[in-house]
Design a protein around this ligand. Structure first.
Ligand code: HEC
Length: 111
């Protein structure tokens, strides 16, 4: 019986660590790439619902790139949004944004 509980505990632990790793990666990308213009990432993530982020980040973040590429104010970000780095980061960014969306149940930390 003990063995059974131990297995369940380890499985749960591994699962949540994996989730956090993806979210953490997205947060790192956010801090390095988006924070200069948008400020705190959890506040930005909390400004929309999970479904909205999912849509915006569909197809390797096509919609989000479009918003920036069509705004003159966002010009300094054009290089990033048209780079291959962005297509690689898009999934991590989505994890991060969805995890902290307004209806995610995650309360933003004060930092
Ligand atoms: C050079 C500055 C700059 C950088 C870097 C930048 N953005 Fe933006 N972002 C903007 C501007 C300016 C707009 C507003 C575009 C408009 O509405 O005309 C915008 C719009 C947005 C919107 C839409 C906001 C809304 O309410 O609909 C989201 C979401 C967003 N950015 C997320 C990000 C993410 C995530 C990153 C990093 C991968 C990022 N931005 C990097 C300048 C930037």
């Amino acid at each position: 019986m003990y063995k059974f509980y131990a297995t369940v505990a380890i499985t749960l632990l591994a699962g949540s660590t994996l989730l956090n790793a993806a979210t953490y990666k997205g947060q790192k990308v956010y801090i390095e790439t988006c924070k200069a213009c948008h400020g705190g990432g959890q506040a930005l993530a909390g400004s929309k619902k999970q479904r909205v982020w999912g849509k915006m980040m569909d197809n390797k973040g096509e919609k989000l790139a479009e918003i920036h590429l069509s705004s003159k104010k966002a010009q300094p970000s054009w290089e990033y949004f048209s780079s291959r780095n962005y297509s690689k980061d898009a999934k991590h960014l989505e994890d991060f944004l969805v995890d902290y969306a307004s209806d995610s149940g995650n309360v933003p930390a004060c930092n």
